[in-house]
Design a protein around this ligand. Structure first.
Ligand code: 5GP
Length: 250
């Protein structure tokens, strides 16, 4: 059998995707690079690749056991995982439980306002356009998804939110909001793709009351709050401990 030479298939801001010997499988490498504000702010977070890969692997694997189909196959190194090859839908799905970030900026809602019910939003995945917020009709107009796919995304988003809210609560972490991405495999099945990590979620430490000290996610980088590595490490430790506890109960 001829040896496979991995080829770079796609490079994003935080990850690189490589081919493998199996055309249906890709290798994801998680970088330490950090960007914010549509890559206007750039930096490096020591150990971020390994921590995000490990956190994402644990969460995706757990979600899979809870009935959410994901692209995750196996974590092969601290900063590498094998995933099913999918065509990423060009839409970022954001779910919010508490007002923060762009929701506050765009609506005037006070940061920290507990939303009466989870809010699901869709943003166009297009850096050149600054990832604009989409309406349902714009999603249809751009033919990004069918009405049936949109209903499925909305349903998955809410189910994932409910599962993750419970999971993080057991870690003494409040899930404020998060962004997820989906892809379709060659049969057209929708899978949860990309990553779930402190880069893509807002996570507040329930053991801290200070509004700056409680931040355990990329807002530490966005707002120059310092101690980013420690925060990510704490998230990793609590997530892994929770996964272990759930496994020991199973
Ligand atoms: P916001 O719309 O308030 O900026 O972001 C809402 C949530 O989605 C936050 O948890 C944020 O980290 C995540 N999010 C939104 N857009 C992106 C993005 O382009 N990249 C990453 N990593 N996270 C995003």
């Amino acid at each position: 059998m001829s040896e496979h030479h991995p080829e770079k298939r796609y490079e994003g801001k935080a990850k690189i995707l490589y081919s493998t010997a199996d055309p249906d499988v890709l290798l994801t490498y998680f970088k330490d690079d950090a960007t914010a504000f549509n890559a206007q702010k750039k930096g490096t977070i020591q150990g971020k690749g390994e921590m995000n890969c490990t956190i994402a692997a644990a969460l995706l694997q757990w979600l899979e056991t809870q009935g959410i189909p994901t692209h995750f196959i196996e974590q092969t190194k601290a900063d590498e995982m094998l995933v099913k090859a999918v065509k990423i839908l060009p839409v970022e799905v954001v779910v919010r439980n508490i007002a923060a970030g762009s929701l506050c900026k765009q609506t005037g809602l006070a940061q920290g306002t507990v939303l009466p019910q989870p809010l699901v939003e869709f943003y166009l995945k297009d850096d050149d356009l600054g990832d604009p917020l989409l309406t349902r009709d714009r999603l249809m107009l751009l033919q990004i998804v069918t009405a049936e796919q949109l209903a499925r995304l909305q349903d998955y988003a809410l189910r994932i939110n409910g599962l993750m809210q419970g999971f993080f609560a057991r870690c003494q972490i409040t899930l404020v909001d998060f962004k997820i991405e989906f892809g379709t495999d060659k049969t057209g099945t929708i899978l949860l793709a990309d990553e779930i990590s402190p880069d893509t979620c807002r996570l507040w430490d329930q053991t801290e009351t200070d509004p700056n000290l409680r931040v355990m996610d990329k807002d530490r980088f966005r707002q120059d709050l310092g101690n980013i590595e420690n925060a990510y490490q704490t998230v990793q430790a609590r997530v892994l401990a929770q996964v272990q506890q759930l496994q020991s109960l199973a």
